[in-house]
Design a protein. Structure first.
Lengths: 542, 1045
């Protein structure tokens, strides 16, 4: 017995005075994660998040804010107040802040990776270009934002003034192009699985970066004409997009468990938004004929189709294609005449070819995942940028009229390129569309008239890129949008023709980073609020 | 590294030696033990003596020891107080001992059938409780609060979840059922919330082994299934005893997982020296649905008072039998006539069924002198109120124990099989949300008829819509889920008596379970794109082993008891899941039929190694000092901080022994203690890693890598909780009135927290070691016996508890920690505030005197980010009474809770869609009470109820309009039992039989909210603040029969 006791004592001592924790380090290493990753796997993530490919940020940001503020769409869901300028914190953060700073964080890590791995240099430049347009989108929406110190895990970040952010955007774009032009050797192979926009085509990246540089040069052109000219002319010289084959589109062929393809079309059958009255006005009445893009994008009203099927069309009081005013109250939304089913939803020929082409389609034709790519920047936009640059007399911009018409032509061609059957959208009226009404270019027009035409056509061509369209509406004041019916912001009075000017900072910033986020010095001493103009906004609208 | 490996081998080798030794002893010792007996009592003839042991009230005494003096011969009385023992002819007396009672010597005359009545020990009742590591100790020796749960009614008044059966039985404990009904989760919080990590529930321990209590449910406001956590699967039939070790003090020896206390369950075993006994328990219970929410039955589908078939709200005209179009015709072109618009009052009672639960158990127990065994089988079938919802379980339990003078070997195998069909979901897309928002004029018969479109999708009154589904479509056999769980709880325990005072116990336990989950959505609602099929398989494995050396000796007036031990706890989780995507061939639910076929896997592993010890010194059975210490090494912490030590100390004194007190005080004890508990964290939180992002491109087939949302901290330290408690226990007036009062306080510091970081940080959270959370509370149990006569007995027990938790600091410059959010509000912990503030996404904008500000349109203005309430209850309590008349026993349990806010999304959604009775007011015109912001005048602008409720209602509405107090008083349990007279049973060879009628969750005596206040979204901390389209509550009625052969 004593021996046994002795044995136990020894054993206990072994256990107590040593422990076998040597395998703890390997046990605490996650087998489902890696410690190093090539940028070729991070770039597509950054592109996807930055472009709001998931329907959640797309709905919260692009759809509930930008596409309504620029009046591509009007609201038909009573619970949504953003169309009336109501602020929703989780939509603002979920739609813009979280995706942006998530990608900015990856850029900062990517910089380190690229500095160590020379084969990752080109990929890093692609990420810089991607972040440049994301950063511009963010600052255009919010004005001054946390930028230089952000994305590094710090809780209290300082807010960079918008002009300095723009300075850095130009720097990033310029440097990225310089490096890409160096033709660095032994780079990681980049395919369409790694680069969801250009499939690794360096030349397209260069032209895209220069086109963005031109876009942002014009953005600051009213505020700082000489700086704008320098950047703009340099961009034009460095080589911008030359045709629709240079277009920047994001692959969008997702078929997850939710069947999400293009996020806009994922939401379009929910009946929560329709064509806006502004959109209806422009598509139907800008020229003497209907804009050919209307049927490509928008569908006939569902009640119209139903009435046609019933043979009661003669009693139907609505229209085949119709938009709703922005900023309706919940009661107005509830009125039978304002039902989404009496107005045009995104059921156009591009996404649902049968809905507009069949005589009496059934809703079954809508049950497909729409995999149209997501628009980031197109050659047609670049043409309009060049047209405006020509108006400003920037060298290398060419002729305003030619650029203007190339822009319309490029847009029509680009939009039709997504059709399954070209015959669905006849080109018969194209000529009349371009040469009559307010579309027709007149060299004798004033600068303002010309700018309005360019800006209006660009607004159409940008569709559905609401973030860029809203920024341009605020910069140029064109198209002259219809004031919203009701505003939940007491500082904005639509009856006086006033519009929202920027989104305010999120609650979490106001609370956790109050010193920076609530400073009165922000935005050139204007502080924060929906009635505060961002730095480049020179007040060309109310 | 190499050194450590060697040590590991040594450690493993040591275990092997122990097991072998144990095994050899097992083989050898019975022979040895027997030989001793034979030597001692050579050539004796034996006789059988049997009898009943009763207490002073004539009730059976279970577990009394019957011993022949000076020998090893002994047995224990069974559940009926019955014993039988074989003793030498020459012996003419036996000694009966039972804790809390005086020893009694019984003389054996000619009569071999004895009836022995015990009388209580005069000064104190030496109640025995099970404490940490399964060590039984006299309650009087403990310096901390332990409460025994009365498990008597457990097999009669059943619930599918064990936690539910604990409701109202423990002082200060908050047990809240969720709103998902049958099979849903239940939350158990012993002493408030100390951690921000979300881990605030106690550790469940079965026969000394911690078991897994994870929930496989994952619920948000958008849906998901809220499933009961794993510990609730313990079969109530097998439970002998439950003790609740409430604070960190009591649980110091179980380690970190018991930071929030422990629920310690001892299961039933065979009884030594008892012939084969069979026992049958049958139980049938019915769950009937009731609807606590008041809907309106006046206005039908439409908007602005006019019927409109495309309108989703109930803002139409009065329903007066006018003819309206049928949506079948309008939306789907079906040949349906117009029908009369009339209120459809009974959606809920028409749609839902009466749930039925049948339970049948058969138990066999037997024991010889050295070997005892118990085998039980329980079959439990539960049909939910949702037509296709069911949970069926089978339990097999086998427990054998070999015991002789030197060795005890215990093995236990528990196998549980559970099949769950179609757990209904809550949230905004859940089943109830459909009824809440559906216009009051839609007929159920239209929804259930003619349900399929030609493409297999399901027709619905709202047409193609993401937000509305046909409730009958949701319960189709082809749409639903199925989970099969197989679980094994196994335990081997060997205990060797080395000397009279030294004992070594080794224990190896495993809790293994595997879930096979399938989710089908073959017929989607109109407008949805995908058919879905997902299949996942997950396995949890908790392995625990320990080795404890136990020392027990008295030195004069000092008694000592000490344990020294080591333990290893290894937790592992593995999961593999796949989803098919859209089907190529309709209705063929198989992974290969999908067009995308995504697969993913998950893994989790951690280990804690510990060395632990405790010592208890008693003086003259009146003063006790307890010391414990434990050192843990956790795999989840960095090397330098991996090891952490935590001690506890407690002191108790029996004042009634130490000094002379008035006669009416039978027993008075004071106790106090301090304990520190360290805690580790989840694995993989120390360094940056890239994980795969589920890309939406190319069906997720391309590889995209992302950084984590949580910023890791490579220098994590263990967190620590310091807790103090003090208490008093008393028994007065000849034990007619007894009570227990506890005060406690705990401070948790260095919490391992993933604090929310503002978005520009690039991370959603950041791991830090900071924060200070402080809580205190009181617990009171009072029990009395106001009536105690020959035939009558009336017992009352009152439990009451209060807890307050406050956040002193969060650290890292952060002022808010968000526990969780839904669209309408978040639940946060703010620096300097009480735990669990509710922050509205939109709150009424008010002026300085609190009046609501109104816009020019007559509608209230709102502002964001405002604290509107707090979810923590102020106190909880319960009242149990047992009234006994002869063999008839009547039991009631009333449960109550005071305070704690929650938001009813049923109310918010019913208001925004015009189905709530609240929306009857102001249909034509109403004026919101408040001040117009622009003018400062009283608002006089007329609006309609529709305008008001569509603005303030729904998930994007104004939270405070739908916030209620969770206060309630509920008739939790009623049971009426009758023990059938012996004379009826004897001819049938039945030992005893009891019939009971039971009722559960019968009604609210009082409640504040318009919905069931016990219907949280899930058992997560934040979810307590939200009722979100919960299942309708049920009342349970049933019968139970218990027969012993």
């Amino acid at each position: 017995m004593k021996r046994l006791f002795f044995l136990f004592s020894i054993s206990f001592s072994i256990v107590i005075f040593s422990s076998c924790t040597g395998r703890f380090d390997s046990m605490n290493t996650n087998p489902g994660a890696v410690t190093n990753a090539s940028l070729k796997y991070i770039l597509p993530y950054v592109q996807e998040i930055g472009a709001h490919l998931s329907a959640t940020p797309y709905q919260l940001g692009d759809n509930l804010y930008a596409q309504r503020y620029c009046q591509y769409f009007a609201n038909t869901q009573t619970a949504f107040s953003t169309d009336r300028y109501g602020y929703n914190d989780s939509w603002s953060t979920g739609g813009f802040w979280t995706p942006y700073y998530t990608t900015l964080k990856h850029l900062k890590v990517a910089k380190e990776i690229a500095s160590k791995e020379s084969s990752e240099i080109n990929l890093y430049q692609m990420m810089r270009i991607t972040l440049a347009y994301e950063t511009a989108s963010m600052t255009d929406i919010y004005g001054d934002i946390p930028y230089t110190t952000a994305g590094l895990g710090e809780s209290q970040n300082k807010y960079d003034p918008q002009d300095s952010i723009y300075k850095d955007i130009f720097k990033e774009l310029t440097e990225a192009v310089e490096v890409l032009n160096q033709n660095n050797s032994e780079q990681e192979t980049v395919t369409s699985d790694n680069d969801l926009v250009f499939g690794g085509n360096i030349q397209k990246w260069i032209r895209f970066a220069n086109s963005l540089r031109l876009r942002y040069a014009l953005r600051i052109s009213f505020k700082d004409p000489s700086w704008a000219k320098t950047e703009g002319e340099a961009a034009l010289k460095a080589g911008i997009m030359e045709s629709n084959s240079d277009n920047a589109y994001m692959t969008c062929n997702g078929k997850g468990a939710w069947g999400w393809g293009n996020p806009l079309y994922m939401m379009s059958t929910w009946h929560e938004f329709t064509m806006s009255a502004e959109m209806e006005k422009i598509l139907k009445h800008l020229s003497t004929v209907e804009d050919p893009r209307m049927r490509l994008w928008f569908g006939q009203a569902e009640d119209y189709v139903a009435a046609k099927k019933d043979g009661t069309l003669s009693n139907y009081t609505g229209e085949q294609f119709a938009g709703l005013p922005n900023g309706m109250s919940s009661t107005e939304i509830g009125l039978p005449d304002n039902a989404a089913t009496r107005h045009s939803v995104c059921l156009g020929l591009q996404a649902y070819p049968e809905w507009n082409s069949l005589d009496t389609p059934t809703s079954d034709v809508l049950n497909t995942t729409v995999t149209l790519p997501l628009k980031i920047m197109t050659y047609s936009e670049v043409c309009f940028l060049k047209a405006e640059a020509a108006l400003l007399g920037w060298s290398g911009a060419g002729n305003a009229k030619e650029n203007y018409y190339s822009g319309i032509t490029a847009s029509l061609a680009d939009e039709r390129s997504f059709l399954s059957n070209a015959a669905l959208s006849p080109t018969t009226n194209d000529e009349i569309y371009m040469t009559t009404g307010d579309v027709a270019w007149d060299d004798n027009d004033t600068y303002e008239q010309k700018l309005e035409k360019i800006a209006t056509q660009k607004w159409i061509a940008l569709y559905p890129n609401g973030i860029e369209a809203w920024a341009e509406c605020r910069r140029t004041g064109y198209p002259k949008l219809i004031p919203v019916l009701h505003s939940e912001e007491t500082t904005i009075d639509p009856s006086k023709g006033q519009f929202i000017k920027k989104l305010r900072y999120p609650d979490s910033e106001r609370r956790e980073n109050a010193e920076n986020a609530t400073s009165s010095k922000l935005n050139n001493g204007q502080g924060d609020g929906p009635n505060v103009r961002v730095w480049w906004d020179t007040g060309r609208y109310k | 590294m190499k050194k450590n490996i060697t040590q590991c081998r040594r450690f493993a080798g040591f275990f092997l030696v122990c097991m072998v030794t144990g095994f050899v002893t097992f083989i050898v010792s019975p022979i040895k033990a027997k030989s001793i007996n034979i030597q001692a009592l050579q050539q004796q003839n034996y006789k059988n003596v049997s009898g009943f042991i009763l207490d002073e009230q004539g009730s059976a005494v279970i577990g009394a020891t019957i011993q022949v003096q000076g020998t090893n011969l002994h047995t224990i009385s069974d559940q009926n107080g019955f014993f039988t023992i074989s003793i030498p002819e020459s012996v003419n007396s036996i000694i009966i001992s039972y804790i809390g009672y005086k020893n009694k010597i019984a003389y054996i005359g000619k009569e071999n059938k004895l009836k022995i009545t015990l009388s209580p020990a005069s000064s104190s009742l030496n109640e025995v409780v099970v404490t940490a590591l399964g060590i039984k100790r006299e309650k009087k020796a403990l310096g901390y609060a332990v409460q025994e749960v009365n498990t008597e009614g457990f097999t009669e008044n059943r619930s599918i979840s064990l936690s539910n059966m604990l409701q109202g039985k423990i002082a200060g404990v908050q047990i809240s059922e969720s709103g998902s009904g049958l099979g849903g989760s239940t939350r158990v919080i012993l002493r408030g919330l100390n951690s921000l990590s979300g881990k605030n529930q106690p550790l469940w321990v079965v026969d000394g082994m911690p078991i897994n209590d994870d929930s496989s449910g994952d619920v948000t406001e958008y849906g998901g299934s809220d499933l009961a956590s794993a510990a609730n699967q313990i079969n109530p039939e097998d439970i002998e005893n439950i003790s609740i070790l409430k604070g960190a003090n009591a649980a110091a020896l179980y380690g970190s997982r018991a930071e929030n206390g422990a629920i310690v369950i001892t299961t039933k075993k065979g009884v030594q020296g008892q012939p084969l006994h069979l026992e049958y328990t049958g139980n049938i219970q019915f769950n009937t649905v009731y609807n606590p929410y008041k809907f309106q039955n006046v206005y039908g589908q439409g908007s602005g008072g006019e019927f409109n078939i495309s309108s989703k709200g109930s803002w139409g005209p009065k329903m007066q039998g006018q003819l309206i179009d049928n949506w079948h015709k309008t939306l789907y072109g079906d040949n349906y006539e117009q029908y009369k618009m009339l209120p459809q009052k009974d959606y809920i009672s028409d749609f839902f069924n009466t749930g039925v639960m049948y339970t049948n158990s058969l138990t066999a127990t037997a024991g010889s002198k050295n070997l005892t065994g118990r085998l039980s089988f329980t079959d439990s079938r539960n049909k939910g109120i949702v037509p296709n919802h069911s949970i069926n379980r089978q339990y097999f339990d086998s427990n054998t124990e070999f015991k002789n003078t030197y060795l005890t070997i215990d093995t236990k195998v528990n196998y549980i099989r559970e099949l769950t069909n179609n757990t209904p979901g809550q949230g905004s897309y859940g089943l109830m949300s459909q009824f809440i928002t559906m216009p009051r004029s839609i007929r159920l018969s239209d929804l259930s008829n003619d349900i399929y479109k030609s493409n297999g999708q399901i027709k619905n009154w709202a047409g193609a819509s993401e937000n509305y589904s046909n409730p009958y479509g949701m319960i189709l056999p082809s749409n639903g889920n199925k989970n099969v769980r197989n679980r094994i709880l196994g335990l081997i325990r060997t205990s060797i008596k080395i000397t009279d005072y030294l004992n070594l116990t080794g224990r190896v336990g495993i809790d293994w379970y595997n879930d096979q989950y399938r989710n089908y959505a073959l017929h989607q609602t109109d407008g949805s794109v995908a058919s879905e099929y997902a299949h996942s398989e997950t396995t949890h494995k908790d392995f625990t082993s320990d080795l404890i050396l136990n020392f027990n000796k008295n030195f004069g007036e000092f008694s000592t008891s000490a344990n020294l031990g080591t333990s290893i706890e290894n937790q592992q989780y593995e999961g593999l899941s796949g989803s098919a995507g859209q089907f190529l061939i309709q209705d063929f639910a198989w992974m290969s039929n999908g067009d995308t076929r995504e697969a993913s896997e998950s893994f989790y592993k951690k280990e804690i190694q510990s060395v632990l010890g405790n010592a208890s010194i008693g003086f003259k059975s009146m003063m006790y000092l307890d010391l414990t210490g434990r050192n843990d090494w956790s795999s989840t912490l960095p090397r330098a901080n991996r090891s952490y030590f935590y001690p506890s100390i407690s002191l108790s004194g029996i004042l009634s022994e130490m000094m002379k007190l008035p006669n009416w005080i039978d027993y008075l004890k004071a106790r106090t203690s301090w304990a520190k508990v360290g805690n580790d964290t989840d694995p993989y939180r120390l360094s940056y890693t890239y994980t795969k992002y589920s890309s939406l491109v190319n069906g997720g087939t391309i590889l995209e890598m992302q950084l984590p949302d949580e910023m890791p901290l490579n220098n994590l330290k263990p967190e620590s909780t310091n807790s103090y408690e003090a208490g008093l226990e008393w028994r007065l007036f000849h034990n007619r009135l007894s009570g227990d009062f506890t005060w406690y306080k705990s401070i948790t510091t260095n919490q391992i927290l993933a604090i929310d970081t503002p978005i520009p940080s690039g991370y959603t959270s950041k791991v830090i070691n900071a924060g200070k959370i402080q809580s205190y509370g009181y617990e009171l149990t009072l029990s009395g016996t106001p009536i105690q006569k020959k035939d009558w007995k009336w017992d009352i027990t009152l439990n009451w508890g209060l807890n307050r938790t406050k956040c002193i600091s969060l650290g890292g410059g952060v002022t808010r920690y968000t526990l969780g959010s839904t669209s309408i509000a978040s639940v946060v912990v703010d620096k300097g505030h009480e735990y669990g503030d509710i922050v509205a996404t939109n709150a009424y904008k008010r002026n300085s005197s609190g009046q609501i500000l109104i816009g020019d349109d007559g509608l209230p203005l709102t502002e964001t980010d405002k604290i509107i309430g707090n979810m923590m209850p102020k106190w909880t309590g319960s009242l149990t009474t047992t009234l006994q008349w002869k063999k008839i026993i009547f039991n009631t349990l009333i449960d109550m809770r005071y305070g704690g806010d929650f938001i009813s999304m049923t109310d918010a959604n019913a208001c925004s869609s015009g189905t709530s009775k609240r929306t009857l007011q102001g249909r034509d015109k109403m004026v919101v009470d408040g001040i117009v912001e622009s003018t400062g005048e009283k608002n006089e602008k007329e609006i309609t109820a529709q305008e008001f409720y569509t603005k303030v209602g729904s998930s994007s509405g104004v939270a405070e309009e739908f916030m209620y107090k969770g206060t309630y008083i509920k008739m939790r349990e009623i049971s009426l039992g009758w023990i059938l007279p012996q004379m009826w049973l004897k001819p049938l060879k039945i030992q005893s039989a009891k019939i009971s009628v039971v009722g559960r969750n019968l009604f609210y005596i009082y409640k504040k909210a318009p919905v069931d206040p016990e219907s949280a979204l899930s058992n997560a901390d934040y979810a307590q603040a939200f009722e979100y389209g919960s299942m309708p509550p049920t009342r349970t009625f049933g019968f139970s029969l218990n027969v012993k052969f």
